[in-house]
Design a protein around this ligand. Sequence first.
Ligand SMILES: C[S@@+](CC[C@H](N)C(=O)[O-])C[C@H]1O[C@@H](n2cnc3c(N)ncnc32)[C@H](O)[C@@H]1O
Length: 259
Amino acid sequence: MSLEWNAALYETLADPMTRWGTEFLGGLDLLGDEYVLDAGCGTGRVTERLLARLPGGRVLAVDGSQAMVRAARERFVGDERVDFSRQDLLELDVDEPVDLVFSTATFHWIGDHETLFLRIFDALKPGGRLAAQCGGEGNISLVAAATERVMRKDRFAPHFEGWTDGKLYASPEDTRRRLAAAGFVDVETWLQPEPTLFQSAEHLAAYLETIVLRSHVRVLPEADRSDFAHAVAREMSEGDGPLLADYVRLNMLARRPTS
Ligand SMILES: C[S@@+](CC[C@H](N)C(=O)[O-])C[C@H]1O[C@@H](n2cnc3c(N)ncnc32)[C@H](O)[C@@H]1O
């Protein structure tokens, strides 16, 4: 799956991710002087909230998309507490180990959580923590069902032959097992339903095309992408019902042992 994103559109559409990320961050204990790696920082909307909790700390903002890193860099011009790195998290490599790896709305985009957790473990100081939230088991299953129905339509079906969505909505149990296998202790994982209502079909279609169906639309000719997203939005609401996305977040907390 390509690591590139449309950062300008993401910045205008990411209210749900910012809301969940901010709430998740609010539940974390921070001293305020930590060195934190934001894994999949996007345009920096949640990173900004993270920095507000770190008056004496520093952040390494990491993302695989060049456009996202550029947007985050522009957001924090002049703030010496932040550094940036364009990296695939599956090959994460840091010069200086961090106190905390923080991440929101990112890990489900990465299919290989075994490798991801090993890379994160290695980036942490002994005793360092992982605190992450991403899409979890059952996430947007109604949206996925609506998408499948649109994918089967004659106009779109040929483009999806042999195509697979690389996302992973992991269960708390599998995640606990994978984190323990990577060497983490004090592991906690749990699901958090976050049903999310959209105000207009137009807004929902733009949101789907840019974010949720980002890897689907890539296989389509450019001229068909918006139609595909609009068709899924219509299918979700069955014409004129509420525009509801059945989000489920997976939260995970874990610690690298001190020795
Ligand atoms: C939905 S955005 C979340 C951004 C931000 N954390 C937020 O909550 O708004 C997902 C981000 O993960 C990044 N990402 C996805 N897969 C990645 C990978 N393998 N390595 C690095 N970044 C990745 C994307 O580039 C994107 O910026």
